[in-house]
Design a protein around this ligand. Structure first.
Ligand code: 9MR
Length: 365
């Protein structure tokens, strides 16, 4: 074939009327468009009000086939202080609302070193794991075994800057079981939720920067060790918190994705958004939105060439709900999501629609 997905999309960009295959992308939700190629589109549910009939619900309902509770499933959200009885009410409300509207749920996340119950940062022995962590995984994965089709079992396990030869992040979980904690978490999750697809989820795996190369090496090493040990793992979640300041080289990213495919794993984009404000350099808001969309298109068009790509999730739908806005004084008007502050569709939404509509590979699941 003489064109790539990128050249095809570039050729359509800016046309007043899109060719027919892409025109339909404007009138249907992203979830439905994604489903046509066997993939999913979803968003982190950034509001608690998905059980009412407000504008947020309409957007999350209209665009998504998948919802991801932003924080309600995290250990510290369920158990604010170690030893507390878990409070599932906020989570159950999202699960019920999703069921009512036919949304599938990605679970996020059984194990994460942030948003822990107060006191959990001091856990450090195998006995602590057995007493606190294993029951947490079993309880949460088990409670939602019929509701969650895909779990981030372990979130952000890789951190080369922590100095370990295995490039793994030194967390309380690592202190309790060493690197085996990842395998143990997956085994417990499988036991409690045997039908769920189980993912390792992480960020900073896409750009050509040297520090990201080390993260890719750490991730591939960990995945290879898990698969060799027969651990039940089905996919790699790539968060895709993208950043216009970083250098992208599509051959580097393509090579990494091919390694993941060759391991027989699914790939999902799990937390897409774009940081663009810190180098916006006086551009107008509309140019900044176009730039954010171009950044996402650059990275995602490579991922969309992979038959292993199972779906895409954005970390929120509209900019006024974005966690990025709280990241510092230069981020307060960041334009990094598919909808703007007034819930009007932004160019990033068009990019996602075009990618889903132009996809030629049908995902097998
Ligand atoms: O966006 C999330 C924010 O609302 C929560 O307060 C925070 C702590 O639970 O987590 C944020 O989501 C993070 C995700 O769980 C993992 N990857 C990075 C995300 C942004 O910090």
């Amino acid at each position: 074939m003489s064109f790539t997905r990128r050249s095809l999309l570039a050729a359509f960009a800016g046309l007043p009327f899109a060719p027919s295959a892409l025109a339909s992308a404007q009138t249907v939700g992203l979830g439905e468009l994604a489903a046509r190629s066997g993939r999913y589109f979803g968003s982190a549910v950034t509001r608690d009000d998905v059980s009412d009939a407000g504008p947020h619900l309409r957007l999350f309902d209209g665009e998504c086939s998948v919802w991801v509770p932003t924080w309600q499933m995290k250990w510290g959200a369920l158990v604010p202080t170690l030893g507390d009885v878990p409070d599932y009410r906020a989570c159950d409300a999202i699960v019920a609302s999703a069921a009512k509207r036919g949304k599938r749920l990605r679970g996020h996340a059984l194990i994460w070193h942030e948003h822990l119950p107060a006191g959990a940062e001091r856990l450090s022995t195998a006995a602590d794991w057995r007493r606190f962590v294993a029951p947490h995984i079993t309880a949460v994965a088990g409670r939602y075994r019929d509701a969650v089709f895909e779990w981030d079992v372990v979130n952000e396990a890789i951190e080369p800057y922590d100095g370990g030869a295995d490039f793994m992040r030194r967390t309380p979980f690592y202190a309790m079981l060493g690197s085996d904690y990842v395998a143990e978490a997956f085994r417990l999750a499988e036991e409690a939720a045997p039908l769920a697809r189980l993912y390792l989820n992480d960020d900073h795996l896409y750009y050509a920067e040297e520090w990201q190369e080390r993260r890719r090496a750490g991730m591939l090493g960990l995945l290879e060790r898990l698969l060799k040990a027969g651990v039940p793992i089905h996919g790699l979640g790539m968060q895709c918190h993208l950043d216009t300041r970083l250098h992208f080289d599509d051959s580097v990213f393509r090579r990494f994705l091919k390694r993941i495919e060759d391991l027989g794993l699914n790939i999902s984009i799990t937390e897409l958004d774009v940081t663009e404000a810190p180098n916006a350099r006086g551009r107008s808001i509309s140019r900044r939105r176009l730039r954010a969309a171009a950044e996402a298109e650059k990275v995602l068009s490579v991922a969309f060439d992979s038959p292993a790509l199972a779906g895409v999730v954005t970390w929120g739908l509209s900019d006024d709900d974005s966690w990025l806005r709280n990241r510092g004084p230069d981020m307060v008007d960041n334009q990094g999501l598919p909808y703007d502050d007034a819930y009007r569709s932004a160019p990033l939404r068009d990019t996602l629609a075009s990618l889903f509509a132009s996809t030629q590979t049908r995902h097998p699941t």
